[in-house]
Design a protein around this ligand. Sequence first.
Ligand code: ZN
Length: 455
Amino acid sequence: MRTLIRNGRAALPDRVQDADVLVEDGRITAVGQLGEVTADRIIEAAGCYVLPGLMDFHTHVDDQIGRFYLADTYESGTRAALQNGITTLCTFVTQSAGQSLPQAMAAARGKAEGRSHCDVLWHLTPTSFEPAELRALETLLAAGYRTLKLYTTYKAAGIFASYGRIEDLFRRLGPLGAQFMVHCEDDAIIAAVDAAALDLGDAHSHTLLRPEQAEVVAIQRVVDLALTYRAALHVVHVSTADGAEILVRNRPLGKLSFETCPQYLVLDDTWLQRPDGHRWLCSPPLRACRPRLRELARAGAADIIATDHCAFRPEDKDDWDGKDLRTVANGLPGIGALPHLAWQLWEDDADRAAFGLATHLALNPARRAGVQDRKGALCPGLDADIAVLDPAGPEQPLRSTLVPAFEAFPGFSSRLRFRHVLLRGDPRVEDGRLLEPDRPQGLPLQPSTATLSFH
Ligand SMILES: [Zn+2]
């Protein structure tokens, strides 16, 4: 089967230009002015951008978070993704108490297989570091699972790793090719906040419980460790401009990258001052420094823009007594809003916006996940994951998710329309609508065992 996507404006790894894209047997085989090449199927892309299939590098689906089970399953999360041009959804396998990581992997596979509409890639969250667990981690690393998530906070949830632990893992697993993803909020600074002196019925107090300084200090500590041990470090969901600047400053010195999220770029702490402000609780919190962080992201400083998607049912978000915000379901959804809000960073220049999506939502996440030999760019030889994007469709409200869940971006809209989305060459979405919703075609994606470096 040969498919020709013609007359579009293609976002290539280094530039945006008018180009046709030829797809054969699930792979991209040619990109350029292809003239009268024959094909079994022609997709007319005049007036549209042709992008590599996008990735959301950071999502949570089909999992228990605190007291609540998330609203999105693999089925619904990957459907929201694919309809918005996201062909690979990255999510987490978290080791729970009494469970080995391989057991947790098998459980996640069981939930995802046969139900996912786009490809799925797992980051691993180890929570036990006994000798046998470390050996299991080394085996998974050798099998190509490279991305490990660590937390500098959340002791009560059993996922905290001390700086000493992180140092030890950097030293031991870094040379084996581990890519560390670290949630940076300094636990000692958070623990030192006098919660009794705060009005915990006021959602805005969350910004005092988890202050900017906690993130900034943790980023500096973990960056210093990564540079010392030459470990590959990706800092997740950076919410502060000061934290982002530490990473920008140190990036030339080592294997450092970071992501920020749409909520930190378009929402600020005033949302927590609304009467229903508790619904916008997430960690790290929405910040007053949003304009500076947005300017940094506009300048391309954030390697990756990803959602930290964590969708809760409205009744779960509202399930608190109004007295202690620490009991509120903590997290915001975003998968369906991601490409739209990222585009709007550069919407005064459509070519720049298309290039921004291709870089920060495709190329960089694919490289960080170690799948750039298959995903993340419009290049011959790679999987034909392709999004044909009309930048001038009818204006529509954003929908972060397709299931009944709290919406983090009410009143936000977009004119982007995904006219076609191909998954490994197979047309799966037309005009924003999923084709054959009863026939999910997504596959679990195993990172490469080849030596692939982010830098
Ligand atoms: Zn997360």
